[in-house]
Design a protein around this ligand. Structure first.
Ligand SMILES: Cc1ncc(COP(=O)(O)O)c(C=O)c1O
Length: 382
């Protein structure tokens, strides 16, 4: 008998880890694997959260989180997306988007039910679907189609067991962001086939063209969408582990029940920090966005100067999905070569699914100097 469960053993090891684990073996690596803001949380958020802790915000909260925070999130979605979520029934605060996603999948997926995932995908989706007993169904997306999931691409993969579609706009790893028309297509499929949409909107504020639109705001979609969101990327608060989910009251009620058995609640201090972030964080968000824009333009210039590689300019998030097909080597081999010979760390595209082969994920959540240094080194070995 194996001491570990089949459930845990079936989960694939993240391909991102292989490169990460190798980095310490090399000196002076420019690390472009980073999946989080390189900024520190704005200091006023840290200060006020610390004060809240000193004033006694150190206890368990309701399973669904502080009502004040849920009320603010409700206002935010009303203002930005024109949709109303009842703070006491349709919103739950979680330990990051990661837990929001976990509770969502555990709540809606029965064993054997299928979840549509656009490939390339963020690997945690696959793992979490498997943990929930579901079956991930990978639908190819293509660089020449902007890496977006289309109705035509989804249709052949639908079966009587399809329960949900996960979309992630803006996307990790491809940087794609869905247009209104593209969201409408997904919404049509979801309504026709009676599917739930899990909409991961973690990068909603890191967007370079236009504004983020939630699929939940489209006609008839709110009751069948679970919105996943987070403070991690928007406010540079990854370590605080604070996120949330919005959905119908039937779903959120079950997620809050499950929360009791998983974590009881999200950290009270982090919830206080999130309240400050929502109330006073807009300027900081804008400043960080401006920095990401500068870095995005710079990395696009550097890629332009390097004829062996190319990319589709990202519409959001802080990743380039770099096309390395001209190098005629697997993405793993190229990532290892660049790490060993140029001391530049990137993530092999194959870590994000079959469609990621031929690409590397390159994060530009690093200083401008590091971006320049990395591309000089890469050109030096090409
Ligand atoms: C697409 C996507 N969703 C969710 C998360 C998890 O975010 P959180 O820190 O809120 O758990 C990440 C983190 O990298 C992500 O890239």
């Amino acid at each position: 008998m194996n001491i570990c469960s089949d459930r845990v053993l079936q989960i694939p090891r993240s391909g991102i880890r292989e490169i990460f684990d190798l980095i310490p073996e090399f000196k002076d690596v420019v690390n472009l694997c980073i999946g989080e803001p390189d900024f520190t949380t704005p200091s006023f958020i840290i200060k006020k959260a610390f004060e809240a802790a000193q004033s006694g915000a150190t206890h368990y909260t309701a399973n669904a989180g502080f009502l004040e925070l849920r009320e603010q999130i409700s206002e935010k979605y009303k203002e930005e997306q024109g949709i109303h979520y009842a703070p006491d029934e349709e919103i739950i605060i979680t330990m990051g988007a990661m837990e929001a996603l976990f509770l969502s999948l555990m709540t809606i997926i029965n064993p054997g039910e299928e979840v549509i995932l656009p490939d390339p995908f963020w690997p945690n989706y696959e793992a979490q679907i498997l943990i929930a007993g579901g079956k991930p169904v990978f639908v190819p997306t293509k660089e020449e189609e902007g890496w977006v999931l289309t109705a035509e691409r989804i249709m052949p993969y639908l079966t009587s067991k399809t329960k949900a579609i996960i979309i992630n706009s803006p996307s990790n790893p491809t940087g794609c962001a869905y247009s209104l028309h593209q969201l409408e297509q997904i919404a049509r499929v979801a309504k026709d086939k009676n599917l739930i949409v899990i909409s991961d909107e973690c990068y909603e504020k890191i967007i370079y063209e236009g504004k983020h639109r939630s699929i939940a705001s489209l006609e008839g979609m709110q009751p069948r969408t679970i919105v996943i969101n987070s403070f991690s990327k928007t406010y540079a608060m990854t370590g605080w582990r604070i996120g949330y989910a919005l959905g119908s009251k039937d779903i959120i009620k079950q997620m809050a029940k499950l929360q009791e058995d998983v974590a009881s609640c999200a950290s009270s201090v982090s919830q206080k920090a999130a309240i400050v972030a929502l109330k006073e964080g807009n300027d900081s968000v804008e400043k960080m966005l401006q920095r990401y824009k500068v870095r995005r333009d710079l990395i696009l210039e550097e890629i332009e100067k390097t004829p062996e590689i190319s990319c589709l300019p990202p519409r959001g998030a802080f990743y380039i999905f770099l096309n390395i097909k001209k190098l005629n080597q697997s993405s793993r081999d190229v990532a290892l070569k660049w790490l060993k010979e140029a001391r530049v760390a990137t993530v092999p595209g194959s870590s994000f699914g079959k469609e990621g082969e031929g690409y590397l994920r390159v994060s530009f959540s690093v200083s401008e100097d590091k971006i320049k240094e990395a591309f000089e080194r890469i050109r030096g070995i090409l």
